[in-house]
Design a binder for this molecule. Structure first.
Ligand SMILES: [Fe+2]
Ligand SMILES: [Fe+2]
Length: 344
């Protein structure tokens, strides 16, 4: 029997689209999941004992406005409301960035504990926590829901600087989200962050696939760890670049903390590549059953409302147990009664 949307489901969908029209800040702030991410990240950031590291971390969390766009007017809310990945990729909803960062932080610290237990390795947990917390901080700018968002299409706002032709436009074939990574490296140089923090934060590419050795994982001209640093060095004022230009190839900065940050960020392999397609498929089925057009503003607002409360990972879990119909049923049940998903 074909799956059908109940009249209660229709009514709930209309109501949720109306709520999402009020804007992404309210969506993020009403979500239990986002509150977990926000509090997990903030608590660890404030607990960093090293004053210099804590100063850089809290400075970026509270004001991620990049040096290249001083009018952007970002604030703490920009970080706490930003999307975590590309449009409908991993954590693509208001507050997705803090959820992604919180998950990575837990994974990194758990791995540090395991390495300590098994290998007797000493991990600098302050450095690791700072690097993980900052690794995607510039998504506050590139995946922006506050102060600007794309109200017309119902998705996040992408500033000119990171669009085609912009100073920090995406480049590379393998991982095309490199803009936020190059931006954070450049921004930290301008803010005079310690080199060990800059180089451990930069985790989009693996230091192992070293472009100087023509590694087989590195297509010519594509993003690598070194090439991204070199791009950033070219874009910041010379005085800001100097301390990093002389040190970025130094073996001292091929740290355990940089490696753990890279591994922890691998979470998108599941959240983006496995949960994302299933969740999108289930949501499209609900959208189409409601007579809405896929990729329309209303469809996008539904995605923002739903995923900010029910991460695609939850939908993946339901699909594994009961297939697509079960995933669709979970979506509709959440639209009708989200009381377990919202902060009271
Ligand atoms: Fe990233
Ligand atoms: Fe990330």
């Amino acid at each position: 029997m074909a799956w059908k949307l109940s009249s209660l489901g229709h009514e709930a969908l209309r109501q949720r689209i109306g709520e999402a029209s009020m804007g992404p800040v309210a969506l993020a702030q009403s979500s239990r999941l986002v509150a977990w991410g926000r509090d997990t990240v903030r608590r660890r950031a404030e607990a960093i004992t090293d004053r210099t590291l804590r100063g850089i971390v809290l400075g970026l969390l509270d004001n991620p406005t990049p040096y290249c766009d001083p009018q952007a007017g970002l604030s703490r809310l920009s970080f706490e409301v930003a999307a975590g990945g590309s449009w409908l990729g991993h954590h693509p909803y208001p507050g997705g960035l803090v959820v992604h960062t919180g998950i990575n932080l837990r994974r990194a610290l758990d791995s540090a504990a395991l390495y300590r237990e098994v290998y007797d390795l000493t991990v600098d947990e302050d450095l690791l926590a700072a690097a993980v917390i900052l690794h995607d901080v510039m998504k506050a700018y590139t995946n922006q829901f506050y102060p600007r968002w794309d109200d017309r299409h119902g998705c996040f706002y992408e500033p000119e600087t990171v669009r085609k032709g912009g100073l920090f436009a995406k480049w590379g074939d393998v991982r095309t989200m490199g803009h936020h990574n190059e931006l954070v490296v450049a921004e930290m140089m301008v803010r005079e962050a310690p080199p060990e923090l800059v180089f451990a934060t930069h985790c989009h590419q693996d230091q192992y696939a070293d472009s100087r050795r023509n590694h087989r994982f590195v297509p010519p001209g594509d993003e690598t760890w070194e090439r991204t640093v070199e791009e950033a060095l070219r874009k910041v004022p010379d005085t800001a670049a100097a301390p990093y230009r002389d040190t970025y190839l130094d073996e001292r900065f091929r740290t355990l903390e940089a490696g753990l940050n890279y591994l922890s960020d691998g979470d998108w392999v599941i959240t983006g590549a496995k949960a994302g397609p299933i969740a999108r498929k289930a949501l499209v089925a609900v959208i189409e059953a409601a007579g809405l057009v896929t990729d329309s503003r209303e469809a996008n607002l539904t995605a923002l409302w739903l995923f900010s409360k029910l991460d695609p990972m939850r939908i993946l879990g339901e699909w594994q147990l009961g297939g697509l119909a079960a995933a669709q049923d979970l979506i509709v049940a959440s639209l009708i009664d989200p009381s377990d998903l919202v902060v009271s």
